[in-house]
Ligand binder design. Structure first.
Ligand SMILES: Nc1ncnc2c1ncn2[C@@H]1O[C@H](COP(=O)(O)OP(=O)(O)OP(=O)(O)O)[C@@H](O)[C@H]1O
Ligand SMILES: [Mg+2]
Length: 452
C-alpha cells in the first residue's frame, strides 16, 4: 500500500506545499507551516446512490429564528436559519462573546439554547451573564474535546448552539495542536454534519489573523453558510457587524452596535450618530451611502498637509486606500486640485468602513474642502460614483438616499445628474467632479466662479 501523502500547511493562511518552509510563501509568517497527512489511500469503493429530482424534494419553509438582537437579525438576513452554520469572526476583545451571549439570552425565552465554551470558564461566563442580564435559561457546556461536543449536540439537540471558539476545539485523532489548520477544518466539518443532521443552528466564533481574515484555512469560509465579521475599534464604543458571505440573504447589510457597561446595544439609526458635521469646518463632508437596504449618512473627514516625503502619504481609515489614490488622482486631473506634494488623510466617522462607490463624491468633496480651506455648504450631503474621466456616475437607489437625507433634516444634496427631485431638498445635479466640487463648497458656490 502506498504511503499516505504528507503536506505542509500554514496555520495562518492555509497555504499548503509539498515541503517545509521556515517562512510561509503565502502570508510571509515565520514558523507557521505544520505537517499534515492528506487523504487515506487504498480505501474501499463506495456504492452509487439513487438520484432525486428537485420536484420530488420536500422542503418545509424554514421559519427563521429571531435572535432578539435586531441588528444581528438584519445582518443574517432576517434571523437565524435552523440547521445552518454561521461563523462569526473578529479581533480579540471586539465583543464576539458579549454579542452572542446577548443573543442566546434573548433566544432562550422561546428556544433551547446551548453555549459551548472552550475559552472561558463557566464562572467567567456567569459573571458576564450577570452583567448582561436575562441569561438564566442558557445552558452551558465547558468542553474542548470535539467528539464530546458533537455527541452532546446529537443527544441534546438544542435549537441553537454557540461554540466559543472553534479554535479551541480539539480532536485527539488528528495529533496536531488545537487551532491548527487540520483541527479547525475537522471541527468545522464535523459540526457542519451535526448541524445539518440534528437540526442545530450552530454559530462558531472564530479568531482573526492580523490581516482580519478568519484564522485557519479559507476552506472554513467555504464550509459554513454564513460568515459574519465583527469589526470596530476596541478603543472606541462603536462596533460594526457585516456579512462577508451569506447563503440566505444579502451580504451588504450592516449592523451597528455600541459597547456599553450593560453589553452591546444596537444603534438603529446610525445616520443620527455619524452623519453630522460642524457647519463652517473645512475638510468635512457627509456621504450618503447605501449599505444593503439601509441608507446611512456618514461624516467623512479629510486632512491635507504639505508633505515632507518624496512619496506623499495617502492614509485612509474606513475607505479603501486604492480607492483613495484614485479619487486623489481624479481630483488632480479633472478638478484642478493638485495633491502631488501633499499628504492626504481620510477618516470615516464611527470606525465604519465604506465599500460602496457611491461615497466617492463625498470623499472627494472632503479633500477638496480641506485643500482649499473652504467649508462645505451647511447641511449638505453628497453621493455619486466617480469615473476615471471625471464624470459622475449615477448611484443606485437615489430615491432612498434622498429620503434619508430629508429625514435627517439636511437642506441640500450634491448628486450626479439625472437624480430626481425630492420634497424640499435642494438637489444640486452635477455632471462632472469639477461642477460637483463647485456646487458643494460654500464660498465657491456664492462667487459662482471656477477657482481652479
Ligand atoms: N464592565 C464593562 N463595561 C464596559 N465594557 C465592557 C465591560 N466588560 C467588558 N467590556 C467590553 O467587552 C469587550 C470584551 O468583549 P468580549 O469578551 O465579548 O470580546 P471577544 O470578542 O469575545 O474577545 P475574545 O476574542 O478575547 O474572546 C472589552 O473589550 C470591553 O470593551
Ligand atoms: Mg470571547
Amino acid at each position: 500500500m502506498a504511503k499516505p501523502a504528507v503536506q505542509y500547511a500554514c496555520t495562518e493562511c492555509g497555504y499548503a506545499a509539498g515541503r517545509w518552509f521556515g517562512k510561509c510563501p503565502g502570508c510571509d509568517a515565520f514558523g507557521t507551516l505544520v505537517e499534515e497527512v492528506v487523504g487515506q489511500v487504498g480505501r474501499a469503493k463506495a456504492p452509487p446512490k439513487p438520484l432525486l429530482r428537485l420536484v420530488d424534494v420536500e422542503a418545509e419553509a424554514a421559519t427563521r429564528i429571531s435572535t432578539g438582537v435586531a441588528e444581528l437579525d438584519r445582518v443574517l438576513g432576517g434571523g437565524l436559519v435552523p440547521a445552518s452554520l454561521v461563523l462569526v469572526g473578529g479581533e480579540p476583545g471586539v465583543g464576539k462573546s458579549t454579542l452572542l451571549l446577548t443573543a442566546l439570552a434573548e433566544m432562550s425565552a422561546t428556544h433551547r439554547v446551548l453555549l459551548v465554551t472552550g475559552e472561558e470558564s463557566v464562572a467567567q461566563v456567569k459573571l458576564r451573564a450577570e452583567r448582561l442580564g436575562g441569561a438564566a435559561r442558557v445552558e452551558i457546556l465547558a468542553e474542548t474535546e470535539l467528539d464530546t461536543v458533537c455527541e452532546t449536540l446529537e443527544s441534546e439537540r438544542p435549537d441553537v448552539c454557540v461554540i466559543d471558539s472553534v479554535q479551541t476545539l480539539y480532536s485527539a485523532d488528528l495529533g496536531s495542536a488545537p487551532g491548527s489548520v487540520a483541527q479547525v477544518r475537522e471541527a468545522a466539518a464535523r459540526l457542519l454534519r451535526v448541524a445539518k443532521e440534528s437540526g442545530v443552528a450552530t454559530i462558531l466564533v472564530g479568531h482573526v489573523t492580523k490581516d482580519g481574515a478568519v484564522a485557519g484555512p479559507r476552506v472554513l469560509e467555504h464550509l459554513v453558510d454564513c460568515v459574519l465579521q465583527f469589526e470596530g475599534d476596541r478603543y472606541r464604543a462603536h462596533r460594526v457587524l457585516r456579512a462577508a458571505k451569506n447563503r440566505f440573504g444579502s451580504t451588504n447589510e450592516l449592523g451597528i452596535f455600541e459597547m456599553t457597561g450593560a453589553g452591546l446595544v444596537g444603534v438603529p439609526d446610525p445616520s443620527e450618530v455619524f452623519g453630522r458635521t460642524v457647519d463652517g469646518e473645512p475638510g468635512a463632508a457627509v456621504a450618503c451611502t447605501l449599505e444593503g437596504t439601509r441608507p446611512i449618512l456618514l461624516e467623512v473627514q479629510a486632512l491635507v498637509a504639505q508633505s515632507e516625503l518624496a512619496m506623499p502619504r495617502r492614509v485612509a481609515n474606513g475607505v479603501d486606500t486604492r480607492r483613495l489614490a484614485m479619487i486623489v488622482a481624479v481630483l488632480a486631473r479633472h478638478a484642478g486640485i493638485a495633491l502631488g506634494q501633499a499628504d492626504v488623510f481620510v477618516n470615516v466617522a464611527g470606525g465604519v468602513r465604506i465599500d460602496e462607490p457611491g461615497a466617492d463624491l463625498a470623499v472627494a468633496l472632503a479633500i477638496a474642502s480641506a485643500t482649499r480651506r473652504v467649508p462645505a455648504r451647511p447641511r449638505l450631503a453628497a453621493f455619486g460614483e466617480l469615473g476615471l474621466t471625471g464624470r459622475l456616475r449615477p448611484a443606485t437607489q437615489a430615491e432612498r438616499r434622498l429620503q434619508e437625507c430629508a429625514k435627517l433634516g439636511l437642506a441640500a444634496v450634491v448628486a450626479p445628474s439625472g437624480t430626481p427631485r425630492h420634497g424640499t431638498l435642494d438637489v444640486a445635479e452635477a455632471e462632472t467632479l469639477r461642477a460637483a466640487v463647485q456646487a458643494g463648497l460654500e464660498r465657491e458656490r456664492s462667487e459662482g466662479n471656477d477657482p481652479s
